[in-house]
Ligand binder design. Structure first.
Ligand SMILES: Cc1cc2nc3c(=O)[nH]c(=O)nc-3n(C[C@H](O)[C@H](O)[C@H](O)COP(=O)(O)OP(=O)(O)OC[C@H]3O[C@@H](n4cnc5c(N)ncnc54)[C@H](O)[C@@H]3O)c2cc1C
Ligand code: FES
Ligand code: FES
Length: 498
């Protein structure tokens, strides 16, 4: 076991002792690392002012690239999560001759900055987007750019010049990093020593298990330890609620948990696989999930947040559970050397109560290949298109046999204390043809399934109404009718559906 953290910050090799487990990367960069170009805005992953770049070797085999470049929010990354990474802040972008990075040049030339507070964060997201765009098949669309920049907020310049700068930067020549791929790869490989980390300080203890076996042993020794995967939920407990976590176990880089496995039966997503990484393999077998994936938080959050963390936190308003329940997903839990596999819906028992013992952890989630001809949709209802928690989230699937509904799964988030299926509405559908009478029966029945709360996101009445109307939309889309949609025009005359 090692008792130090180490990572590369630009061209400096950093070795740290006595690291408090929940010190954020942002606090360390600004207070100890001298990297004050990285700004603190919201301190909760919402504004992108703190965006940094984290480079790692590709371990999910999700694409052919050797390195993965990710823009992440430093304010909700805990410092230990940088162990073994190559990290860049805005100070690292100039090339050795002192010339600005092509993205910086484009931002200057296109007037992409006024007060400048958001600018370093934007630039970091743009640098990563440029790298990823190099490997994209086909032209970069406006939607691609919107998606890449959705996690960065600017309150004075306006987005048009920034998007213009992004377009110019995409057309510019190589940057300093293009010539440094081999060097970065070698640095990362040298740090991969396969050893775990334990650091005990007065502020708490941190463990970075080297393997799933070590994680299992750690949780059996200290079941009160807090598992942290992407920290996009836990980070806020610390930055917003001042919670003290005496022992934090970081699982984000455990090789077995980083695994994505696709077989003829389905896709298994390990507990350390992020939303960004899970998108392609899951949407490959269920393309109807794509819209929801794009609308979970924004890119920098999705680059850290794990799908399994979204499940494990047990939130009634997480976007993953309704979608995955409707897809027939199963959860794989591990305790010591024992594993068990349960239907995902069975994991959620009551508000804040899940079917997991304290020494047990989520190892993976499995999503089966959908039955041929299944009717499937995911619908997210929130006030903003990007970066907003759902008021209601729905995952629907129907199978038909001989023109009649054979199975129905209508899973909702935001309607109850847990992600939950609408059992009465499902029963009202099974055995009927998928027609207007069936829709009417399901609409009536779904009102009996839930007594939702009123809160800051939506009233109880609104949630009930939306649940019914989503069934209508599902019917309109899947029974072959033209969906009724309200369209809004964006400044670039694209159409967004709400
Ligand atoms: C700005 C912002 C926007 C967001 N938007 C959305 C959104 O649109 N939709 C949405 O659903 N969520 C959203 N979230 C919430 C969050 O990003 C997700 O819930 C995310 O998937 C959590 O994953 P994580 O890896 O970061 O979990 P963590 O924060 O690391 O952990 C969350 C919880 O799960 C536990 N846990 C994690 N992994 C395991 C495991 N393997 N075994 C046992 N327990 C485990 C942790 O102990 C903790 O209790 C948002 C968050 C932020 C900050
Ligand atoms: S400071 Fe706003 S996202 Fe980090
Ligand atoms: S330039 Fe001022 S917030 Fe963007």
């Amino acid at each position: 076991m090692r008792d130090t953290l180490r990572f590369w910050l630009g061209d400096e090799y950093i070795v740290l002792h006595d690291v408090p487990p929940t010190m954020t990367a942002l606090d360390w960069l600004r207070e100890k690392g001298g990297r004050t170009g990285t700004k603190e805005g919201c301190n909760e992953g919402d504004c992108g002012a703190c965006t940094i770049i984290v480079v790692r070797r590709n371990t999910t085999a999700n694409d052919d690239e050797d390195l993965t470049w990710q823009a992440v929010n430093a304010c909700i990354q805990f410092l230990p999560m940088l162990d073994g990474a190559q990290v860049y802040t805005v100070e690292d972008l100039r090339d050795p001759s002192g010339a600005l990075h092509p993205v910086q040049t484009a931002m200057v030339e296109q007037h992409g900055s006024q007060c400048g507070f958001c600018t370093p964060g934007f630039i970091m997201s743009m640098v990563v987007f440029r790298k990823r765009a190099e490997t994209k098949n086909g032209p970069v669309t406006d939607t691609d750019i919107d998606d890449a920049l959705a996690g960065n907020l600017c309150r004075c310049t306006g987005y048009a010049p920034i998007i213009r700068a992004m377009r110019h930067a995409l057309a510019a020549g190589p940057d300093r990093f293009d010539a440094e791929t081999a060097k970065i790869s070698e640095r990362l490989a040298t740090m991969e020593t396969g050893e775990g980390v334990v650091i005990a300080t007065d502020a708490g203890r941190l463990t970075i298990p080297a393997s799933a076996d070590e994680l299992a042993a750690t949780m059996q020794t200290d079941p009160a330890a807090r598992i942290v995967a992407g920290a996009t939920d836990v980070g806020l407990w610390v930055t917003k609620f001042g919670r003290i976590l005496p022992h934090v176990v970081f699982i984000g880089q455990i090789p077995e948990l980083r695994r994505i496995e696709a077989t003829a039966q389905g896709v298994t997503i390990g507990a350390a696989v992020t939303w960004s990484e899970a998108e392609a393999p899951l949407c490959a077998i269920q393309p109807e999930m794509r819209d929801t994936f794009r609308r979970v938080a924004a890119r920098p959050v999705r680059n850290s947040a794990t799908l399994c963390g979204n499940i494990a936190n047990g939130s009634p308003i997480g976007d993953g559970p309704p979608l995955l329940i409707a897809a027939g997903a199963e959860l794989i839990l591990r305790r010591g050397v024992q594993r068990r596999r349960i239907p995902l819906e069975a994991f959620f028992i009551n508000y804040g109560v899940q079917d997991r013992t304290p020494d047990e952890f989520v190892e993976a989630v499995f999503m089966p290949v959908p039955e041929e001809g299944v009717l499937f949709r995911g619908y997210k209802i929130s006030k903003r298109f990007d970066q907003d928690i759902s008021a209601v989230m729905a995952g629907f699937s129907l199978t038909l046999r001989d023109g009649h509904i054979h199975t129905a799964c209508l899973a909702f988030g935001g309607m109850a204390a847990i992600p939950k299926r609408a059992a009465t509405a499902e029963a009202a559908l099974v055995g009927r043809p998928w027609n207007e009478a069936a829709l009417a029966a399901a609409r009536d029945a779904v009102s009996q399934d839930f007594t939702p709360l009123s809160d800051l996101r939506a009233s109880s009445w609104y949630r009930q109404e939306v649940a019914r109307n989503l069934l209508t939309r599902f019917y309109a889309e899947t029974a072959g009718q033209t969906p009724v949609r309200v369209s809004v025009r964006t400044h670039r005359a694209e159409t967004a559906h709400v």
